[in-house]
Write a protein that binds this ligand. Sequence first.
Ligand code: ATP
Ligand code: MG
Length: 207
Amino acid sequence: MGKETGAIGLMGGTFNPIHYGHLVTAEAARDAFHLDRVIFIPSGQPPHKPPEVLASAEHRYLMTFLAIAPNMHFELSRVEIDRQGPSYTSDTLAYFHRMDSTVDWYFISGADAILEIASWHYPEDIFRYAHLIAASRPGYSLSRIHAVAAELGAEKVDRIHQLEVPALAISSSQVRERLRLGLSIKYLVPEAVEHYIEKNQLYQHAP
Ligand code: ATP
Ligand code: MG
C-alpha cells in the first residue's frame, strides 16, 4: 500500500440502487487524486428525489454496503441516514470538516449533479469544506462547469477538478425501470446487490 496522502473522497448519492457507474467513478477519483479512501454516503431524505420511487434508507444503505465490501479502500457512512430532515451536502461536508480539519476532503459528483450546484443548499459551505471532483457522465457535458462555478465567485473555479471516467451509461432510474419491466439487471449492479433486490422484491412496481 502507498503512503497516506491525507486526501479522502466523499461519494454522496441516493444509491437507489447503487450500480457500477457509481463504483467506477469513485475508483477513478481515488486513482486520479491519490485519495487514501473513498467514503460512500447514502442520503437519508434526498431533497430532489420523488419519495414514491425511493427504497428505504436501510435498504439503500445495505445495498451500498454489499457493493463496496470487496474494495479495501471504500467505506460507508450513516451520517446522512441518521440525521433528521432533508440530506444537504453542505451539512455533510461541514460534519466531515469538523471531524478532521487537517484532511483534504474531495466531494465526488457526476456531471449531471454538479452542474446543478448553484441550486444546492449553501453552496458556499460546499466550497469552503471540500474540493469538488466533477466526473464525466454519458449524456452530460462538463463544458459549462467552470462558468457555473464562476457565477458563485471567481475563487470557486480552482476548487473544481474535472475527472474523465470510463463511460458507463448506467443510471439507477434505468435499473429501476428494467426491474419494473421484469428485465435483467445483471452486469449493471454487483451480483450481491442484484440478489438483495431480488430477495427483498425491491422496485417491482410502477412508481
Ligand atoms: P437516478 O437515476 O435515480 O437519479 P443515478 O444513477 O443518477 O440515479 P445517484 O444516486 O443520483 O444515481 O447519483 C449519485 C452520484 O453519482 C451523482 O453525483 C451522479 O452524478 C453520479 N453518477 C451516477 N451514475 C453515474 C455514471 N454512470 N457515471 C458517472 N457518475 C455517475
Ligand atoms: Mg441522479
